[in-house]
Ligand binder design. Structure first.
Ligand code: UDP
Length: 250
């Protein structure tokens, strides 16, 4: 059980996986502070799917427990927190937080690396980001379709690029494993997992309209766009059922 230390930020447990009680603004401020420290920090994204997956994957569970911050991602997390008397009130999605962090990157001249998605996608995403955030330093990009044994080479590539912030979008649980395993080797200060964000940032996939996001229906929009996600979406009710049965928040 996670002890709530007054000096440490509060966390809530979802099927035993900790998510930080943070808003987008607070998460951004914390990451800004991490960039001042001389070590790698791993930012995980805590969503219903990963909480369920971690029940059967001990390595993933260990990695999620080791994260420096677990952002509450997904309407299921907010709903479960609310129904159990918790304090998480807003979704902190990978893509929103990543965009918030672009301002931090520009301001502090922190070079950024994008790792993941199909060939060319991270590059296109980087180009679009540079247009929207003048002054943004892109240290490098690499697609995410590499064999696991090639990942140490990716870490070396990132280290040589001088990146301080690394966004990893290679899908779960690969992205979490990479960030936790090779974080130190990359020499970066912050490694954050972002799922399919590069597909959206490159313009290849459309993000759900704001109204869908506000109503907590982004998952439904994504399901319509990519019907192959059906099985993944079905995790949501299962997660709610399990998490509500386990009333321990801390
Ligand atoms: N991906 C990758 N390498 C792989 C498998 C997937 O880079 O071996 C990418 C995929 O192209 C997509 C992202 O990982 O850009 C995962 O997207 P998904 O929609 O599954 O993530 P979510 O946003 O739902 O977490």
């Amino acid at each position: 059980m996670i002890k709530q230390d007054a000096k440490k930020p509060a966390k809530e447990l979802f099927l035993g996986i900790p998510a930080d009680v943070v808003t987008n603004e607070e998460a951004k401020a914390r990451i800004k502070a991490m960039l001042e420290e001389d070590r790698a920090h791993f930012i995980a994204s805590v969503n219903p799917e990963i909480c369920v997956a971690a029940q059967k994957n001990a390595e993933l569970r260990r990695v999620l427990l080791s994260a420096d911050m677990g952002t509450p991602d997904g309407v299921g997390i907010v709903l479960s927190s609310r129904l159990r008397g918790g304090r998480i009130r807003e979704r902190v999605t990978g893509i929103d937080l990543m965009l918030e962090l672009m301002d931090v990157a520009v301001e502090g001249k922190h070079p950024v690396f994008l790792y993941g998605a199909a060939e060319g996608v991270a590059e296109e995403a980087a180009r679009n980001l540079q247009k929207s955030y003048p002054g943004l330093i892109i240290a490098g990009t690499h697609h995410g379709y590499v064999e696991p044994e090639e990942e140490p080479k990716i870490a070396e590539l990132i280290a040589r690029s001088g990146a301080e912030m690394v966004f990893v979008g290679t899908g779960s649980p690969r992205q979490e494993m990479f960030a936790a395993r090779y974080g130190e080797a990359t020499g970066a200060k912050v490694l954050m997992v972002v799922g399919g964000s590069f597909d959206v940032l490159s313009g290849r996939l459309q993000r759900a309209p704001k109204i869908c996001q506000q109503l907590g229906l982004e998952w439904l929009y994504r399901l319509c766009q990519q019907p192959r996600r059906l099985q993944r979406s079905l995790v949501l009710p299962y997660f709610l059922l399990l998490s509500l049965r386990d009333r321990r928040l801390y």
